[in-house]
Design a protein around this ligand. Structure first.
Ligand SMILES: *Cc1c(COP(=O)(O)O)cnc(C)c1O
Length: 398
């Protein structure tokens, strides 16, 4: 088999294959959409924000969508408005913002395990954490990489423990859990519209909820806690969305179906190209679920592939292929949480140490996925030589 670039072969992508590119809508459509607000001098929280919220409500079949400045501020506000105190049970295998939102609200994170195949929160472990920390105030779960978490099952766990359930749905606008749109589960779900997410605003987020009282307080909360009379009801944020961002978001949302179809096609192509490579497991997505494939993530079995995850990352880099080690390090090992009481999370540690997300963006062609898979197969076929070469060239990554 052809030699990998790291040991002298020709790189598969001499011009480079980026990890992601924002699925940004055409600029002329954004400008046309923005013009009426802009020319009337309405720059924030105007008709475009309302139109975006209405489009999300319709698309996700939820009664309330509240646009915010980003997903992190949305999570902050949800946990603030629920008036919680105590601890927040949440997965460690997620993005840092999930835990930060709890920490900023004075809630102590209690990190739960993840499932080794789906990477979603391990609900049996979460169930154990809920009564164990008898001040548990909330369960927060992430829809990991755009694949829906077991949402109904999570609702049952939260209900049994008597705590609200909030979803970090940053990756999952457009995802379906057994046919039901993500956005309607738990007490609230919070989406991100930052550049790597399936719908983009530049910076932005949107909260969805079925609870009208919560929705009203979230609207106050994004405006300093002000219901309109300047007599703030609680210390809120400025977490409003601007009209400029809403114009981008509306046009991006209009492209979501095409975008999801393409991402799912690319993911299916990756899956079939990777079936012949031993030592690579693709994130499991339950039958009947639709993932946004915000990320296409594999786990490396070092023994079977012949290479560690970190070696594979180096090899792919030399082929011109940009990758990410999402989510490594796992959040419970971040310096930010060094003083949080430690639980042993062996499954999470193993997952975080073996995952790598491969390039996937609209604009990629199916042939690109085949060539990325080819890069992994080449590396495996020449594993010993590659490992010797890379070890000589650089000290092993920690
Ligand atoms: C991107 C991301 C966030 C943060 O979203 P922002 O809109 O950038 O605040 C939160 N959680 C997860 C899982 C993410 O991937």
């Amino acid at each position: 088999m052809t030699r990998p670039a790291v040991i002298g072969g020709d790189p598969l992508f001499p011009g480079g294959l980026p990890f992601a590119r924002p699925s940004a809508p055409p600029l002329d459509r954004v400008v046309a959409r923005l013009r009426p607000s802009y020319e009337r001098g309405v720059l924030t929280n105007g008709p475009l924000v309302a139109a975006f919220e209405a489009a999300v409500e319709e698309r996700l079949q939820v009664p309330h969508a509240i646009a915010v400045s980003n997903c992190t501020s949305g999570l902050l506000l949800v946990l603030r408005v629920l008036e919680l105190s105590g601890s927040a049970v949440l997965p460690s295998f997620t993005f840092s913002a999930t835990a930060h939102a709890a920490a900023w609200n004075g809630l102590e994170p209690v990190f739960a395990e993840c499932d080794p195949d789906t990477f979603q929160v391990d609900l049996a472990d979460a169930r154990d954490c809920l009564p164990a920390s008898d001040d548990a105030a909330v369960l927060v779960a992430t829809h990991v990489f755009g694949a829906p978490a077991p949402a109904v099952e999570a609702e049952a766990v939260a209900t049994a423990a008597g705590v609200p359930l909030v979803f970090d749905a940053a990756h999952a606008l457009g995802a379906l859990r057994q046919g039901r749109p993500v956005g309607g589960f738990g007490i609230a779900e919070v989406f991100s519209l930052s550049p790597t997410k399936p719908v983009v605003a530049g910076e932005g987020g949107v909260i969805t909820t079925r609870d009208s009282q919560l929705a009203e307080r979230l609207r106050w909360g994004r405006d300093y806690g002000n219901p309109g009379d300047y007599d703030t009801r609680f210390p809120g944020l400025n977490a409003r969305m601007s009209e400029l961002h809403a114009a981008v978001a509306i046009e991006s949302l209009a492209e979501l179906d095409a975008n999801l179809a393409l991402r799912n096609q690319l993911a299916a192509r990756y899956r079939s190209a990777l079936t012949s490579v031993d030592g690579v497991a693709v994130q499991a997505v339950a039958d009947g679920d639709l993932s946004t494939y915000k990320d296409f993530t594999i786990a490396v079995d070092e023994g079977a592939l012949g290479l560690s995850r970190d070696l594979l990352v180096t090899v792919l880099e030399r082929e011109g292929i940009d990758t990410r080690r999402y989510f490594w390090p796992p959040v419970h090992r971040h310096q930010a949480y060094a003083r949080t009481p430690r639980r042993d999370l062996p499954v999470t540690d193993a997952a975080a140490g073996s995952v790598v997300s491969l390039p996937l963006f609209t604009g990629m062609i199916p042939d690109d996925t085949d060539r990325v898979a080819e890069g992994i197969a080449r590396a495996s076929a020449h594993a010993e030589e590659v490992a010797a070469k890379v070890r000589r060239a650089a000290p092993a990554p920690r």
